[in-house]
Design a protein. Structure first.
Length: 227
């Protein structure tokens, strides 16, 4: 198996008003390159925490995250940020778009770090236009995020996540703020584009219908992961 992501014995706890909450208690998983994997579990099980740790956003208390065989948290903060910018795309439930930027600028933003494949601003904007067309937003590029519907905002977030041609897309409840019909349309774009472009996809969801669209389902409960 050609593994892209490995989590080994991951622990994570938080101290809230003096009480220690143990969220992850030795969670381990493997994700092969090119597959679509769902992580499911009840609210509060630590799904988002695990996804953030896998994506280099939140450091574990114990354990290792290997990405392409390299330990993300053995890297310097700067190297980890570069790896995250180049190889990982995020789609969040709350979109996290910049309201002061228009649709085209939001989509192109990851390329502005200079860490992606685009060699110039003009090349970045050209690629952003292609991605926006792919998610059905070609006619909305001059609009601001607040002028878009929820489904359109999430499709913009997907285009932004794909901007640097990452190896993996990490999606955290990508349809959690959407009605069933709109969420289904967004999922069609998420699954269709990631498969078409050869990206690995890791989706956190409490929705079994979403999970069933993946190649494999992992269940998070009591701080550990099981198939």
């Amino acid at each position: 198996m050609n593994l892209l992501i490995q989590a080994k014995g991951v622990h994570k706890s938080y101290t809230i008003r003096g009480a220690v909450l143990h969220v992850l208690k030795g969670a381990s998983l493997d994700v092969a390159r090119g597959e679509a994997v769902a992580i499911v579990g009840p609210s509060g099980a630590g799904k988002s925490t695990l996804l953030h740790i896998l994506g280099g956003l939140d450091q574990p208390d114990q354990g290792a995250i290997l990405f392409n065989g390299q330990d993300l948290y053995a890297m310097s903060g700067r190297s980890r940020s570069a790896a995250r910018a180049q190889q990982i795309g995020f789609v969040f439930q709350a979109y996290h778009l910049f309201p002061e930027l228009d649709v085209l600028e939001n989509a192109a933003l990851p390329a502005m770090t200079g860490l992606g494949p685009a060699r110039s601003y003009s090349e970045a904007y050209k690629h952003a236009r292609t991605l926006l067309a792919a998610v059905g937003l070609a006619d909305r590029i001059a609009h601001r995020p607040m002028e878009l519907s929820g489904g359109e905002q999430q499709r913009l977030a997907l285009a932004r996540a794909l901007m640097n041609d990452p190896e993996v897309i990490l999606a955290d409840e990508p349809t959690g703020n959407l009605d069933e019909a709109t969420g289904g349309q967004v999922l069609n774009y998420v699954f269709g584009l990631t498969k078409e472009r050869g990206h690995t996809l890791l989706v956190v969801t409490h929705n079994e219908a979403v999970a069933n669209r993946c190649d494999r389902i992992l269940r998070l409960a009591d701080g550990t992961v099981a198939d």
